[in-house]
Design a protein around this ligand. Sequence first.
Ligand code: C5P
Length: 222
Amino acid sequence: FGEQPLRGRTVVVSAGPTYEDIDPVRFIGNRSSGRMGFAVAAAARDAGAEVTLVAGPVSLPTPHGVRRIDVRSARQMHEAVLAEASAADIYIGAAAVGDYRPLEAAAHKLKKADGAPLRLELTENPDIIAALAARAKRPFLVGFAAETSALAAYAQEKLRRKGIDMIAANEVGGGKGFEVADNALHVYWRDGDDTLPEMPKTELARRLVARIAERFLSGSGT
Ligand code: C5P
């Protein structure tokens, strides 16, 4: 496929966690650092693509030559990704989107109530990649799946349920996946799979993007 298989293509990558506000000073978040998504954005740029990175709250520098849109909540990410990715060639959903948000964010800081339990009511967030999959005209869709067990089964089930083209699965927990520099991935698509063994996330991102480009180009007939 040559040095720059994605030359002339547009790629949207989401990265990082989402923060769901409870009140003006508290939120529900997760341990995603955004490093894998940022590395994927840089690798897609190196593969020749024009890259837009939709980033949740992370403290990472923007990869050179990449357009970045910062968001905070899952709903903001949903809005930004749908606006940016609908006309893109490829969407890579590397963000750890919060599944739930408080039904209502309190306008004032919540107070303690003399030892009585505090109940937060949560409501489900939109599934961003599944929303893209449901569109008639949609980009080639790549999801991530972070699992603590039964990697292959969950990943393949997710691929089918969400109606996406590829899924990159990694094992998390016990010092793997989040907040670390190295990672390993198992990549699944409808009729194949591939193992990318543990290596630095930057190198892993390059290998993953090469795989994505190969599958995307074989499907687009170019
Ligand atoms: O269902 P699960 O969160 O494990 O799926 C992970 C994949 O789905 C990731 O690619 C993630 O970015 C995407 N996702 C999403 N919107 C959500 C939840 C997950 O796009 N609300």
